[in-house]
Design a protein around this ligand. Structure first.
Ligand SMILES: Nc1nc2c(ncn2[C@@H]2O[C@H](COP(=O)(O)OP(=O)(O)OP(=O)(O)O)[C@@H](O)[C@H]2O)c(=O)[nH]1
Ligand SMILES: [Mg+2]
Length: 253
């Protein structure tokens, strides 16, 4: 049994990846019972999901019921969700799937900084002792070295908080400049590009971030994924890396 929690900044391609991987995996015999779950109560996505949090509540309904704005409603949704994970997913005995792919909401702040976000992560870890997080770093953001360093810091904080293996995915890899590939795993080059980019006050922060990352970066496995109308790339590499997380010899950290 494997549970993938797909996380990333708003618009980073989470839903696109979850649905493409779901379709792709149905053809891979080792995961005959794959299910896709929508955990985003705010999405207006109209596709069919095996499990959908909107069957329990939506951001719109929470906003009305508790007189909250959209971000307050997301935080409230995490609180409600933390107490409903078993209702939503069923118990382990009821669940016959061998791969669950979960699409998380794009708002990372309530997950990282709120008490209810902590509760939700606790309750998901308790329900899914096989959970692996997949964190998306979108290619167009990676193209800007300063923002890439900033996003890596966010990801590292999340990694330390979430207490599960984290797979790094460069999403929208079709948008990645060839020159960006050089510094994705190389802290020294990343710092050089940050200085060249000269993004004002962010430069010093990004340089410190890259300093902290320098030892870590070469050891992080990164999968590049592109899902466009024309092509789908990287899904098999992602599945291989997921298998590696199951293997005790896999060094993902
Ligand atoms: N070029 C390119 N565009 C992509 C790719 N994946 C997704 N997109 C586009 O990026 C936009 C956002 O994709 P979503 O899958 O909705 O992103 P998301 O992370 O689920 O967004 P939120 O749930 O709103 O946070 C859509 O217009 C997608 O078509 C990709 O690999 N390449
Ligand atoms: Mg989405």
């Amino acid at each position: 049994m494997t549970t993938l929690l797909v996380l990333g900044p708003a618009g980073s391609g989470k839903t696109t990846l979850v649905r493409a991987l779901w379709q792709h995996v149905k053809n891979v015999s080792k995961y005959p019972n794959v299910i896709a779950c929508n955990l985003d109560p705010g999405t207006e996505d109209t596709s069919k999901w095996d499990i959908d949090v909107r069957d329990l509540f939506t951001v719109q309904r929470i906003m009305r019921k508790y007189a909250l704005g959209p971000n307050g409603a997301i935080t409230k949704a995490y609180e409600l969700l933390a107490n409903s994970t078993e209702v939503l997913f069923g118990t382990e005995e009821q669940d016959t799937s061998n791969l669950r792919i979960i699409d998380a909401p794009g708002q990372l702040e309530p997950l990282i900084f709120s008490e209810t976000g902590n509760q939700l992560l606790d309750s998901m870890r308790a329900l899914f002792n096989d959970m692996t997080a997949v964190f998306l770093l979108p290619g167009d953001v990676v193209n800007r070295p300063t923002d890439y360093a900033f996003l890596l810091m966010t990801l590292t904080g999340l990694h330390l908080k979430i207490h599960v293996p984290v797979i790094h995915v460069i999403s929208k890899a079709d948008l990645l400049d060839p020159a960006s590939s050089d510094y994705i795993s190389d802290g020294y080059l990343l710092k050089k590009r940050i200085v060249e980019e000269n993004a004002g006050q962010m430069t010093d922060f990004a340089l410190h971030s890259a300093d902290l990352m320098e030892q870590l970066l070469p050891r992080i496995h990164v999968v590049k994924i592109a899902i466009t109308k024309e092509k789908q790339e990287g899904l098999d590499s992602l599945l291989d890396l997921i298998d590696e997380t199951k293997c005790s010899c896999g060094d993902l950290t």
